[in-house]
Design a protein. Structure first.
Length: 130
C-alpha cells in the first residue's frame, strides 16, 4: 500500500498537474483549435492554473495580449469551456476530467499599480536614503 502522501508531495503534484493543464490550454489557444471569432482575434496568455486538492477543479488565469477586450475574451472562453475541458481531459491523464473556471489575471494590473505608486514623487522622497 502506497498511501504515504504528505502535504508537500500533494502540493507538488497539484503544481505539476496545474502546469500540464496550463501547457495544454496554451497550446490549444495558440493553434487556434477553438472555433470562436473572439479567440481567433486575440492572443491569450494562460498565466497560471490552480488545481483544487482533489484535482477536479482548475481555476485558469488568463490575460489577453495588451489586456484588450478582456471581458469579451473571458466570455468566449467560458462559452467554449466544454470543448476545452474535453481537450484537456484527453491530453492530461487524470482520474476525473477537471472542470475549468476562467478568471482574468489581475496580477499584472496590481504590479503596474504598485510600480506607479513607488514612482510617485512623494513616495520616492521617503524611499531615498540619506
Amino acid at each position: 500500500m502506497r498511501n504515504s502522501e504528505t502535504p508537500e508531495t500533494r502540493s507538488v503534484r497539484l503544481l505539476k498537474v496545474g502546469e500540464q493543464v496550463r501547457h495544454v490550454l496554451s497550446e490549444i489557444l495558440q493553434r487556434g483549435d477553438v472555433h470562436d471569432e473572439t479567440l481567433a482575434r486575440h492572443l491569450v496568455s494562460v498565466t497560471e492554473v490552480r488545481m483544487s486538492p482533489d484535482l477536479r477543479h482548475a481555476t485558469v488565469f488568463v490575460k489577453p495580449l495588451l489586456g484588450k477586450e478582456e471581458e469579451a475574451v473571458l466570455k468566449a472562453l467560458r462559452t467554449n469551456t466544454a470543448y476545452l475541458q474535453r481537450e484537456v481531459a484527453a491530453k492530461v491523464k487524470m482520474k476525473y476530467a477537471a472542470r475549468l473556471k476562467f478568471l482574468a489575471d489581475e496580477s499584472f494590473d496590481e504590479g503596474t499599480h504598485i510600480d506607479r505608486l513607488l514612482r510617485d514623487p512623494k513616495v520616492a522622497q521617503d524611499l531615498g536614503g540619506d
